[in-house]
Design a protein around this ligand. Sequence first.
Ligand SMILES: Nc1ncnc2c1ncn2[C@@H]1O[C@H](COP(=O)(O)OP(=O)(O)OP(=O)(O)O)[C@@H](O)[C@H]1O
Length: 205
Amino acid sequence: MIAADGATVALGDTMLLAPTTFDASPGELWCVTGGNGTGKTTLLRAFLGSRGLTAGSVSVMGEPADMTKPRHRRHVASLVEPIPVARDMTLREQVTLVAASWYGNTPATTERAEQVVERLGLAALGERFPHQVSSGQSQLFSLALTLVRPADVVLLDEPERHLDRHRVDLVAALLAERAEQGTAFLVATHEPALVDVCDGRVELG
Ligand SMILES: Nc1ncnc2c1ncn2[C@@H]1O[C@H](COP(=O)(O)OP(=O)(O)OP(=O)(O)O)[C@@H](O)[C@H]1O
């Protein structure tokens, strides 16, 4: 489902990602761990197709990673780069809009969006605008925008950013539940609580 075979990124003499090999199956939650600068974000970007490889290969569902291809974009949801948000729409409206763009504008879609908002503890903040929430709440909002859409593969870069222990546990539980339903996850993290719920681990550095 998500595979790397000797994936390597170098810029001149600088090694951004040492040769990396792994293979995650559908429904598996994999963590990418390692110290600062060991190549976690670089590996995720390789799976987005935004960072070219010097050697080796990466694939998603057996095909090369290429976000210019609509098929790839349909399969892969990601929170690796910041997600653009609308300043003049509430959090709930934006999560619902993303859901509607994938599932259609129906009452079931509204319900689906509300479930994600609730699971991430954002229900009471749903009528706020992006500039009216804290850094941690903003991170939960970005996760809601990422997780509300359908995806076979989800790539997340340090989803624990700005989150307290309780919220990290909320996120870990939600990711583990989504994985059980068949989504494959690749999650770069420094957070032991996320590593604890992983089925596999890529250790860099
Ligand atoms: N454009 C670039 N030119 C040169 N080196 C780069 C460039 N971008 C990243 N690097 C280097 O590549 C290495 C891997 O960076 P990357 O962001 O993938 O690390 P990371 O494991 O995600 O780190 P962190 O835990 O700090 O987020 C780092 O040593 C970084 O300095």
